[in-house]
Write a protein that binds this ligand. Structure first.
Ligand code: AMP
Ligand code: MG
Length: 401
């Protein structure tokens, strides 16, 4: 039985519809700061302290009043990092080290290379600018300020910033549980022999790694055979275990594509034809309480649809605030005279001198293209361009984390 062709939906509309289905998961966990990388902060983190907590020296040298720099100054104290200095009187200098608190009364640190000692007294040999080499109390973070807003995805830098504000623990949102399975009777697992007609299952590895990179807990249900009963059973199992069911393959409308009738029988399904290349077929539905997302089977289609649709979906589910990857305008290093009528995500490499270079084979089955690439060229539907034209480049660094 053939169906009328579905009209193509623009990616932005598909994404908006998909995100409209998401209510961020309830529930938070409080964990040791070091255990929270990749998680999403549940509440604003306010610093109880100024950072730095006191004016301190950016150099090994001598603390003094800039106004005294022309005179010979007795060195009246020695201030290593971690010690508490005595006030500095006019006409005195203090030996000071990087990170040590600047004594009250001093306004400037002169680096040791710009000084000499004459009979135990300090002489400054270079012009001094008042305030030089002093890191001011609170110049990084003010007490009472929000250092990390709720919805921040915690990475190496944000964890350091949380620690600098003294946070030993952070409250983060719950990890989504995502059940994944691949469909396709042609799939065998790496490590097994490859009989005629078979291919190795790559999507299972790509999707699992993508999910883990997004802080999800993966329930890996393996390969489900191409028949209705097995697909329905897998969906029920997945729905009982997870917040989201993610599948690859079987969402086209061929006779061997059983996901559609299976999801329809177990819940509800929208099949979308999205105007992107690669990755046109995409399915969203519900099975019980779980979200269902069906990705196309071709490895690059599956990767690209995950990155442009599923990634923002899973980030919103975790309460993250920045959902869209940043794109940059970069000159193309090649001509693109015959654009597709769908929006294209071309696998390109960033060459410092010649702009973006194109991988020769842009087939949706050629995963080598994505391995070779540094990111995706996001080309509007129907847009031809010539070399030198500034196009939108989304680095994998933005997408794969
Ligand atoms: P389908 O979407 O099921 O029609 O599959 C489209 C293409 O992707 C077919 O060539 C499949 O063999 C291939 N494919 C489907 N699933 C996977 C997978 N998990 N790993 C690698 N290739 C796959
Ligand atoms: Mg299939």
């Amino acid at each position: 039985m053939s169906e009328p062709r579905k009209p193509l939906i623009a990616l932005d509309d598909a994404l908006a519809s998909l995100l409209a289905q998401v209510t961020p998961l309830a529930g938070t966990e409080t964990l040791a700061t070091a255990e929270t990388r990749g998680r999403v902060l549940a509440a604003d983190l306010v610093s109880p302290v100024d950072v730095p907590p006191a004016d301190n020296s950016a150099m090994d040298g001598y603390a003094l009043r800039a106004a005294d720099a022309g005179a010979l100054l007795p060195v009246t104290q020695r201030i290593p990092a971690g010690s508490v200095p005595a006030p500095l009187a006019a006409g005195e200098a203090a030996r000071i080290f990087t990170g040590a608190q600047v004594p009250p009364g001093a306004d400037t640190v002169v680096m040791q290379e710009h000084t000499e000692l004459v009979d135990g007294q300090l002489r400054v040999t270079q012009p001094v600018s008042p305030g030089a080499n002093v890191r001011l109390r609170g110049e990084d973070v003010r007490a009472g300020a929000v250092v990390l807003p709720a919805g921040t995805r915690l990475d190496a830098v944000s964890l350091g910033l949380a620690a600098t504000a003294g946070a030993a623990q952070l409250t983060v949102t719950r990890r989504p549980r995502v059940a994944v399975f691949s469909t396709g009777d042609e799939l065998v697992m790496p490590g097994e022999p490859l009989p005629p007609g078979a291919i190795y299952n790559s999507n299972r590895f790509t999707l699992r790694a993508l999910l883990e990179g997004l802080g999800c807990e993966v329930v890996d249900l393996g390969i489900v055979p191409d028949n209705l009963a097995a697909t329905r059973a897998a969906l029920r199992d997945a729905a009982s275990k997870a917040d989201v069911i993610l599948t690859s393959g079987g969402v086209s409308v061929g006779e061997e594509d059983h996901l559609r009738p299976a999801v329809q029988a177990e819940g509800r399904l929208d099949l979308w034809a999205i105007a992107i290349k690669p990755g046109k077929p995409f399915a969203y539905g519900r099975v019980g309480e779980a979200h269902f997302i069906g990705l196309p089977g071709n490895p690059v289609s599956s990767l690209v649809t995950f990155l442009v649709l599923v990634r923002p979906f899973l980030l919103k589910l975790q309460g993250a605030t920045r959902l869209a990857p940043r794109g940059y305008r970069i000159p193309a290093g090649f001509d693109w005279p015959k654009p597709d009528k769908r929006r294209e995500f071309l696998r390109v490499r960033l060459d410092e001198d010649s702009g973006l270079a194109l991988f020769g084979n842009q087939s949706s089955g050629v995963l080598t293209s994505a391995f070779w690439a540094d990111g995706l060229l996001d080309n509007p539907a129907g847009q031809a361009f010539a070399a030198g034209h500034a196009v939108r480049f989304i680095p994998f660094a933005e997408l794969l984390s």
